[in-house]
Ligand binder design. Sequence first.
Ligand SMILES: O=C(O)C[C@@H](Cc1ccccc1)[C@H](O)SCc1ccccc1
Ligand code: NI
Length: 183
Amino acid sequence: MLTTNDIIKEGHPTLRRVADDVVLPPTLEDIATLDMMLEYLQNSQNPEISMQHDLRPGIGLAAPQINISKKMIAIHARDESGNLHSYKLLNPRIVSHSVERSYLTTGEGCLSVDREVPGLVPRYARVTVKAVNTEGEEVKLRLKGLIAIVFQHEIDHLNGVMFYDHIDQNNPFQPIEGAIPIE
Ligand SMILES: O=C(O)C[C@@H](Cc1ccccc1)[C@H](O)SCc1ccccc1
Ligand code: NI
């Protein structure tokens, strides 16, 4: 099983690389990697397992964070209505997005960043994501709210972008014009 020690931290060059497209169909190794990434998220959200293995809780994970520079992400998160969104995706990309923006009022963190980086992270309020699932099927997801933010955070990792790259360094809590705050 993956543990927090398997997650590379800021400063590691892989986090600043643009990851490679996964050649389709995915290999058994690609699928096993995605299974382990999702398992990490599930374990990190389980009080007993996360305590036992000292896992930092996560709701999303991108393959570059475990030093695999491939366009693969796992998401395991509940939305504002409590619905579970659990995905293992290959080659995810944002194909369209709203002009309207949103942000987490708490700011964002990152499993690859062992420090607080205060500030608002502007995100698109709504995104349409196309990707391939582990069965090789094209999926098209229309997302909003917290789940849209998680997807943008993870897809950023595939392009070498860290959440704090979006923070206004001159005024980290500068209100984001017309943006939807997400608690
Ligand atoms: O480092 C990662 O990519 C995983 C992040 C994803 C994330 C952070 C902030 C906002 C959206 C997504 C981790 O899940 S950070 C830990 C966490 C746990 C629960 C809720 C929010 C963030
Ligand atoms: Ni992150």
